[in-house]
Ligand binder design. Structure first.
Ligand code: 5GP
Length: 336
């Protein structure tokens, strides 16, 4: 293992990068410090350094398994990763699936809308300028920090990473709202994914409750920031252990359920009787045995129509109908 020097060659907002004895290997130390709004807001999130180093490790390994080339070598302590030296392209590559953050501010649209298809956008990595949004022409012809071919390659890899993460996190009940990536070239001229993969540079929402489980808790003073980061580490580990089949999009789907509930034939139905009487008073004497019931409609997630049917019957017997005085019928359809 390379020996570890104490002099950082780069100090970022949440990480320090050190050289090692091997020229092309660096050491990234993840600190607990947190910043937001271009470092105007500063603070500490307890244990963030080790949580982010570990989440990054697990997610870089996941991407490598899917054939994505990254700068990750290995985790050498709770807070530290060994990484390949790359020349970072000063671009923040942002991918969005759901409206949030600066997109909502810029366009005056509401948070939480699923985008027609994922958006990849580029910002200039420059704190002094406030990381401005760039067009491809700005990047290629004005800043001259990248070229058409590289930008196409970056967009393609970024969309692939997005698909990997969307699938992975959905299985553990997490929506990937958006995230920021950085890329660089190594000594051989290979384009590698760099930086980190953690709740600092992702927006993660709980799929059921939409609870924010990322740095927005710090940005927006929502409290329990450490709890959210810890929860995300837990979900990543669950995903890797494949422990949560109830979220699996491969094995389950939503079914539409309609339950019709009616009073039994010989049970007194005062509401029904009143309506029948009213109809007769209007001259509709051909009406008889009128009953008034209710219809309950909902969707249910299940791995098969038969299992959905069994679950709904259980619900009817326990709550939705009163089997002593009411009859019910259940209709179940595939929703797609
Ligand atoms: P937005 O542009 O909406 O502020 O951010 C989009 C996504 O990129 C969010 O997931 C956010 O965390 C991430 N992001 C944007 N800028 C930065 C940045 O300067 N540093 C980090 N760590 N993440 C960023």
């Amino acid at each position: 293992m390379p020996s570890l020097s104490t002099k950082p060659i780069y100090t970022g907002k949440a990480k320090d990068i050190f050289e090692t004895e091997e020229e092309n290997t660096l050491r990234a130390f993840f600190r607990d410090s947190a910043t937001a709004f271009n470092a105007q807001k500063k603070g500490e999130i307890q244990n963030k350094g080790k949580i982010n180093a570990t989440i990054s490790t697990l997610l870089f390994q996941l991407l490598e398994e899917h054939g994505i080339k990254t700068h990750f070598i290995k985790q050498i302590s709770e807070n530290e990763l060994l990484i390949k030296r790359v020349k970072i392209i000063p671009l923040e590559v942002i991918v969005r699936n759901i409206t949030a953050g600066s997109l909502c501010k810029r366009l005056g649209i509401k948070e939480g809308r699923v985008l027609k298809s994922p958006i990849v956008e580029f910002s200039y990595k420059d704190d002094a300028l406030g990381d401005p949004l760039l067009t491809r022409s700005y990047i290629i012809n004005a800043l001259e920090i990248s070229d058409e071919k590289t930008l196409n390659q970056i967009s393609q890899i970024t969309l692939k990473i997005n698909e990997i993460f969307k699938d992975f996190f959905l299985k553990v009940g997490i929506k990937v709202v958006d995230f920021k990536l950085e890329y660089g070239f190594d000594k051989d001229g290979d384009l590698l994914l760099a930086d980190e993969l953690s709740p600092d540079n992702f927006r993660f929402w709980d799929a059921k409750t939409n609870e924010k489980l990322d740095k927005d808790r710090f940005r927006q003073d929502l409290g329990n920031v450490e709890g959210a980061y810890t929860e995300m580490l837990k979900r990543v580990k669950e995903g890797l252990n494949n422990k949560n089949p109830q979220f699996s999009i491969l094995n389950s789907q939503f079914f539409i359920v309609r339950v019709q509930v009616l009073p039994k034939k010989d049970i007194l139905d005062p509401q029904g009787q009143a309506v029948e009487k009213a109809l007769k008073s209007l001259g509709y004497n051909e009406v008889k045995d009128l009953k008034i019931g209710k219809e309950i409609v909902f969707q249910i997630n299940s791995d098969s129509q038969q299992h959905a049917q069994e679950k709904v019957k259980e619900m009817c017997d326990k709550l939705l109908a009163n089997p002593v005085i009411e009859d019910y019928t259940v209709e179940i359809d595939s929703s797609y």
